[in-house]
Ligand binder design. Structure first.
Ligand code: ADP
Length: 397
């Protein structure tokens, strides 16, 4: 292990945000600091919290892309990139068919991530930009790439394929599944936070601005609502979720939309935003009386419940449900409405526990159990990074 004054920096780059956290060499210790640059490209804002959760920076910054945000962080004397850097750990959304576990980054890894970048256009390119920028600035510090797809690579064939010719499957057209770092965290955290169901059949619902659900059997993913790209499955803030492929053909053939226009539409103009015509934020929709806002919320809840049923079938049963991510952890009405739809299956919500917003939220008499477990993708990346590099530190440092 490196000296205790060294730090491991975890980075999670999206198209408009760069989240970060710096850990001591012990991955179970609280982060030394954490934060994000949000609103990149528009009105960027930097926020950093210290180990005690005290805000040390809360300022407007000028960053046109995540690489520029990284350069701002590198310029801070007391930011995440200051001090003695032992390693960088990166969240990479798409690892394609070959990258089925976290890896120490080399040229071949970069080429593989680059090759599947079109499948995660909002995430892989900015993550690569940040990674390469850091390689230039800190040439001696190793990088570990952690993939959201890796946790799902053990899916059975029926959950890993589309009904298309095998030759396309061999070329990588597969149902990968995403949010794997979050589900990996949940699978581990259930051991202490939901021990009654941890070894059983659990549907985990990661409901953030991106949203997906995962079937966990004894902590292993066996199916996911997401497929080839992070467009599939549940409706999201601005992404469509599952869509008949015929709609894409119709947009191109009948409306003459270009591929770029269709891509922008599916990632930015659909989901809650598209349905409501009002907002991608569930809080705004829940507070609105507009009929389309109500319909967007109904659609979201309906598809979460419907997907829970489908994933229960994938597992041949269900013992419990875990809510996580921004909406899953914080939205009392969305959890209540999902569980009300699943009441017939055996979920009996405890209103007071749901209002409290942590731990178990079903009644003690409920046949099935539901929990809120806050996710921590950065922690998983720190664990993977330190785990992969500890041998190297022993010999090099
Ligand atoms: P991501 O990491 O995908 O950006 P998060 O897991 O941080 O997403 O979730 C962000 C989403 O969570 C936002 O779109 C917002 O609608 C929702 N959210 C955050 N806080 C709350 C809250 N208190 N109540 C309801 N929804 C919330």
């Amino acid at each position: 292990m490196p000296g205790t004054d060294r730090r491991v920096v975890v980075l999670n780059a999206g198209s408009s945000s760069l989240k970060f956290a710096a850990y001591p060499p012990d991955p179970e210790a609280p982060p030394l600091l954490s934060g994000a640059v949000d609103g990149i490209g528009n009105s960027a804002h930097l926020k950093i919290m210290d180990a005690d959760g005290r805000v040390t920076h809360d300022i407007a910054v000028s960053a046109s892309d995540p690489h520029a945000a990284m350069a701002i962080l590198a310029g801070l004397k007391d930011g995440p990139l200051a001090g003695d850097l032992a390693a960088f750990g990166h969240r990479i959304v798409h690892g394609g068919p070959d990258l089925d576990r976290s890896v120490v980054v080399d040229e071949a890894t970069l080429a593989r991530i680059e090759a599947v970048s079109p499948l995660a256009p909002l995430h892989n390119p900015p993550a690569l930009d940040v990674l390469k920028g850091l390689q230039k600035r800190f040439p001696r510090v190793p990088h570990v790439a952690c993939f959201d797809t890796a946790f799902h690579r053990g899916h059975p064939a029926v959950a890993d394929r589309f009904a298309i010719p095998d030759s396309l499957y061999q070329e990588g057209v597969r149902r990968y599944g995403f949010h794997g770092l979050s589900y990996q965290y949940i699978a581990g955290a259930m051991q202490t936070k939901a021990p009654e169901i941890a070894g059983g059949k659990v549907v985990a619902a990661h409901l953030g601005s991106g949203a997906s659900m995962c079937a966990l059997m004894d902590g292993h993913s066996i199916d996911s609502s997401m497929g080839f790209t992070a467009l599939d499955g549940l409706p999201m803030g601005t992404r469509s979720g599952s869509l008949d492929a015929g709609v894409i053909l119709w947009l191109q053939q009948q409306k003459g939309w270009s591929v770029d226009r269709v891509e922008h539409f599916l990632y930015h103009d659909c989901g809650l935003q598209g349905l409501s015509g009002l907002s991608n934020d569930i809080r705004v929709l829940l507070a609105s009386d507009a009929p389309l806002a109500k319909m967007a919320v109904d659609y979201f809840v309906y598809h979460i419940a419907r997907t829970a049923g489908a994933l229960a079938v994938s597992m041949g049963g269900i013992d419990g449900l875990v809510f996580t991510a921004g909406i899953g952890e914080h939205s009392v009405p969305i959890r209540a409405r999902v569980l009300a739809r699943l009441r017939w299956l055996g979920f009996d919500v405890d209103e007071t526990a749901n209002q409290r917003g942590q731990g178990r939220i079903t009644a003690s008499s409920s046949r099935l159990r539901a929990y809120i477990i806050p996710t921590d993708e950065e922690r998983v990346i720190a664990r993977e990074t330190i785990g992969l590099l500890s041998g190297r530190w022993l010999t090099v440092c």
